[in-house]
Design a protein around this ligand. Structure first.
Ligand code: FES
Length: 176
């Protein structure tokens, strides 16, 4: 299936273009919009964004591959991003990571076979005062911070996330 912005996304794209001096400057927000719209940034999506911005596809490829927040593979419906920068690391960020790996049955960087959860390690999310913490990005474009975490609290969060799964689109099916 060819990728194409919905009417709403197209309107948002035009609005963001109007806020930047040139299309190159609008590339990062355009990629964010594309990720929300298409679930992940495939080569097909990069080409589409390049065409929309009228820039060479290698410029988009460079940006999409440089920044880790752009998913080059379909992520799980819930993408758990654990901060392991200094404050979170000192407050138990790695213990949370170990706990999540055990509970989800995957290693950091992997997605559960059912496509529900992806687990990644990220740099400081600017919530150091409530360390340790992680962010969850959902496949519908929303996200939440979960803060002051303990392994026990992580178990509760996983239960909450499991309850949300049926309402979330599967990024593997959002485009080819
Ligand atoms: S060190 Fe984890 S949010 Fe800043």
């Amino acid at each position: 299936m060819a990728v194409e912005f919905s009417e709403i996304a197209e309107a948002e794209f035009q609005e963001l273009l109007s806020r930047y001096p040139n299309t190159l400057a609008a590339m990062l927000p355009a990629l964010h919009l594309a990720q929300r719209e298409f679930g992940w940034i495939s080569v097909e999506v990069m080409d589409y964004v390049a065409e929309k911005l009228d820039v060479h596809p290698t410029r988009v490829l460079q940006a999409a591959t440089f920044y880790t927040m752009y998913n080059k593979q379909p992520p799980g419906k819930c993408h758990i991003q654990v901060c392991t920068t200094l404050t979170c690391a000192l407050m138990g960020g790695y213990e949370l990571m170990d706990h999540l790996e055990e509970k989800l049955g995957i290693q950091v960087g992997e997605t559960t076979p059912d496509g529900n959860f992806t687990l990644t390690e990220v740099e400081c999310l600017a919530s150091c005062g409530t360390a340790p913490m992680f962010q969850v990005s959902y496949s519908d474009g929303e996200s939440d911070y979960f803060e002051n975490l303990t392994p026990e609290r992580v178990d509760e969060v996983l239960e909450e996330l499991n309850e949300k799964l049926t309402d979330l689109p599967d990024p593997r099916k959002m485009h080819s």
